[in-house]
Design a protein around this ligand. Structure first.
Ligand code: SF4
Length: 353
């Protein structure tokens, strides 16, 4: 049983982060934010893919001024990602649901005080986003780009906000490799109660980003660390959401949709299991109810797995069994099995139990 670290609950728009709130999945658009139509189009794609919170980069004033128009056309909570320039934060704070900014980069306490006041007036939180590759000079010189340096930077920025009386904070500590990422979050976790945004930054293409994120985020989630996450992928937007949701589901942190148990196949196989599982996955993707299902290539392990599954197929030679809650409900030709299986899953998904 995973014991989640008790953190403060904050709100990014309508989405709670921390405390007992479900762990949310975030992503980021890659349009020029000032291009409102293109940015809204990407946000809607992310929404449709299952994203909970979206972030946009705000490198200049034109981007900051576009935020109100973007916000008016979307229903996902919106975060503005800002570096160095407090004026952009002041504009953004009028319309977004959270600001990602590192107070230590703003230049003066007075400027940051204005930003904090603007956020407090609208009740929006601030994410302190520490990246190993861009630590403040004093921490880079003292610690290098190490977990200790990342934690020192986070603590410095947290204190900066606390000293200004602001505590609606979440924190991220991202490095581009698994070891430093995990270590940094582990080191900081016992030192405060703010919610953590998890992520491995610049994680690479879909294949490697998936593996790095699954190891790092999976490890932390199993230790009860993490309240929201982003999987960072050099690839399409939907992939980030698909992988993020899969990490939550496959680590056992979130119960959502089908948990598909399927065998790797071997010389005993007498059916086209690969295509059957692909069909099952595609045809049940819309189902949100958590169900355990198994699709197995022969009787050797199929019956044992089916006993614990809500719905199962056990393939044999040219035919197979459909089992529901461990009981055989049909013996059908091979080409009828997937249709019947999907029908049983749909029925169970709609049932009240
Ligand atoms: S279930 Fe049957 S086909 Fe699948 S891996 Fe096991 S022995 Fe092989």
């Amino acid at each position: 049983m995973i014991q989640r670290y008790p953190t403060k609950k904050i709100y990014v728009g309508s989405v709670a982060v921390g405390g007992d709130a479900p762990i949310s999945v975030q992503s980021m658009t890659y349009t020029r934010t000032a291009d409102v139509a293109a940015t809204v189009e990407q946000i809607n794609r992310l929404h449709f893919a299952g994203c909970d919170i979206v972030r946009v980069a705000v490198p200049d004033e034109e981007d900051a001024l576009a935020l109100a128009a973007i916000k008016a056309q979307i229903s996902l909570p919106l975060i503005a990602d800002i570096h160095f320039n407090h004026k952009l934060a002041l504009i953004a704070a009028q319309s977004v649901d959270c600001i990602r900014i590192n107070p230590g980069n703003i230049g003066s306490k007075e400027k940051m005080r204005e930003v904090v006041r603007a956020c407090a007036e609208r009740n929006i939180p601030i994410r302190i986003g520490v990246n190993a590759g861009s630590l403040e000079k004093q921490f880079e010189e003292r610690y290098g780009q190490t977990p200790e340096g990342m934690v020192a930077s986070a603590e410095y920025n947290i204190k900066y906000l606390e000293d200004l009386g602001f505590t609606d904070i979440k924190v991220s500590l991202k490095a581009s490799d698994v070891a430093r990422t995990v270590e940094a979050y582990r080191l900081l976790r016992p030192k405060n109660h703010y919610p953590f945004h998890l992520g491995v930054t610049e994680a690479g293409t879909v294949f490697h980003a998936t593996i790095k994120s699954a190891i790092a985020l999976g490890t932390l989630l199993l230790e009860g660390i993490g309240d929201t996450l982003r999987v960072s992928i050099t690839g399409e937007l939907e992939e980030e959401i698909r992988v993020g949701r899969a990490i939550l589901k496959d680590s056992g942190v979130a119960k959502e949709g089908l948990n598909i148990i399927s065998c790797p196949t071997c010389g005993r196989i007498e059916a086209d299991l690969v295509s059957a599982v692909a069909q099952v996955e595609a045809r049940t993707r819309h189902i949100k109810k958590p169900l355990d299902v198994s699709v197995m290539g022969c009787v050797v392990n199929a019956i044992g797995e089916a006993k614990h599954a809500d719905v199962a197929i056990a393939y044999g030679k040219g035919s197979g069994l459909i089992m529901v809650k461990g009981e055989v409900v049909a013996r059908l030709d091979e080409n009828q099995l997937v249709d019947r299986f999907v029908a049983e899953v749909e029925k169970m998904a709609q049932s009240e139990e």
